[in-house]
Design a protein around this ligand. Structure first.
Ligand code: AMP
Length: 142
């Protein structure tokens, strides 16, 4: 499926690039949470994080870390940085091409994640142990 990010990477749609190598690119988000909001994307047009190979996945995080530091040093207002990925539509992913948001945060900037009321009641340890066991089993399966 061709997405707007594939068009940007292919030079068929405009973007303000920050970085590009053989695996990863980074460009400014068109609708920034705050000025300086960057998207780090793999060149390969895959939708979900687990579809990426390890090297590209690692490169994405290295580039995000470098950009995070660059934002802090750039003179753009920045008191903290969020790295955020929506992996799947239910998680809020709108563009089906893996991307990692890197954006500056300022105290009181109005950005936030919304929690359901049940979030504030801690689950029993047995529930955490059960979930951990399920995930461990899935990690160990081929
Ligand atoms: P998500 O909701 O995590 O899938 O984020 C998609 C992001 O892509 C949003 O922050 C959009 O503002 C951004 N976006 C959509 N179209 C463009 C575009 N043409 N250039 C740059 N960023 C874009």
């Amino acid at each position: 499926m061709s997405t707007i990010f594939k068009k940007i990477l292919d030079g068929e749609a405009p973007a303000s690039f920050v970085y590009r190598d053989d695996r990863v690119a980074a460009f400014m988000d068109i609708q920034p949470v705050n000025p300086g909001h960057v998207l780090v994307v793999p060149i390969e047009p895959v939708e979900l994080l687990h579809e990426l190979d390890d090297d590209t996945c690692g490169r994405m995080m290295q580039v995000a870390r470098a950009i995070s530091l660059a934002i802090r040093r750039s003179g753009i207002p920045c008191e903290g940085v969020n790295l955020l990925m929506a992996d799947g539509e239910a998680a809020g992913q709108e563009v089906p091409h893996v991307h990692l948001h890197v954006f500056p945060r300022l105290a009181g900037d109005g950005f936030g994640l919304k929690f359901a009321p049940r979030y504030y009641k801690l689950p029993p340890r047995a529930d955490l142990d059960a979930a951990a066991s399920q995930i461990r089993a899935a990690l160990e399966s081929p």
